[in-house]
Design a protein around this ligand. Structure first.
Ligand SMILES: Cc1ncc(C[n+]2csc(CCOP(=O)(O)OP(=O)(O)O)c2C)c(N)n1
Length: 274
């Protein structure tokens, strides 16, 4: 499936899933929809017929509150029946809103406590190096998540270990749960920090643009771990949610739900006719 179509499917289905479950975090799901789509469509080598294939690339969603984006991508790739997405967030169901690998084929690791998943992903990259395995490891991290000290301990270790098999993608939407990043804990100068920690940094000016993301993944990291800073928009694709903190927690109901879905569908139809 083309990444553009997958991103559309992620947005459309995630709006329905969050509505169904009366869940949260739609803003962050919409901001990372494009980078998740590009990773699964064009970059990572995963195998729906054999989810535990030892040669598969590992994708860890460290900002685990956006699990819906990964669930949709996996369903669309054929890891499980898409119909099951309708049970998102149900009591006793397989899809917890913070991502879980327990019952979901294709999910590498359960996350939700920010700052942990990226450390586990780093460990996976260390293990691959030591065992002379050639698969790659990708971790999707929030910029608010980078307030966690463990992210920076991980950054030190990854460069010490010269993990050129490891790519961190930061969903740089400039917001976290309670406000703008610079108002809560300012991480600027952000790119310079990663450079100082020994990483190859790719600053993507429009992190919702698939061509720019593909170019970032293609760049040679020159023997270092790579960080792609994808400058995204929280709530991307639904005009009344874009860059609005409210949609970190609010679930779309009633007219908000109908309008969000309509807009995502119209935007995609327009992009196909261009
Ligand atoms: C250790 C920890 N502290 C607090 C939270 C609560 N929390 C959930 S999402 C979130 C904001 C994270 O911001 P960011 O990583 O930028 O995610 P995005 O804005 O892209 O949704 C917070 C603080 C958590 N899940 N884990």
């Amino acid at each position: 499936m083309r990444s553009e179509e997958l991103a559309y499917e992620i947005r459309k289905n995630a709006i329905k899933m969050v509505n169904h479950a009366h869940a949260s975090h739609l803003g962050g799901i919409l901001s990372c929809a494009d980078l998740v789509a590009v990773i699964y469509s064009d970059i990572a080598n995963v195998n729906p017929k054999n989810p535990k294939d030892p040669k598969r690339d590992r994708i860890v969603l460290s900002k685990g509150h956006n699990g819906a984006a990964i669930y949709v991508a996996l369903a669309k790739l054929g890891f499980f029946d898409e119909e099951l997405l309708k049970t998102y967030g149900d009591n006793g169901g397989m899809f917890s809103c913070h991502i879980s690998h327990k019952e979901v084929p294709g999910v590498e690791f359960s996350t939700g406590s920010l700052g942990q998943g990226v450390c586990v992903a780093c460990g996976m990259a260390v293990a691959a190096k030591r065992k002379h395995e050639t698969h790659k490891v990708y971790a999707i991290v929030g910029d608010g998540e980078c307030n966690e000290g463990s992210v920076w301990e991980m950054a030190l270790l990854a460069s010490q270990q010269k993990l050129d098999n490891f790519t961190v993608i930061v969903d740089r939407n400039y917001q976290q749960a309670m406000g703008r990043i610079e108002e809560v804990i300012n991480t600027e100068p952000f790119a310079e920090k990663w450079t100082a920690f020994g990483w190859h940094v790719v600053d993507v000016k429009d992190g919702n643009n698939h061509d720019q993301l593909r170019a970032a993944f293609a760049e040679d990291s020159k023997g270092k771990p790579k960080v792609i800073i994808a400058r995204t928009v929280k709530g991307k694709g639904v005009s009344f949610m874009e860059d609005k903190l409210l949609w970190h927690y609010r679930d779309p109901q009633g007219a908000d739900f109908e309008n969000a879905l309509k807009e995502v569908e119209e935007n995609y139809a327009k992009s196909c006719n261009r």
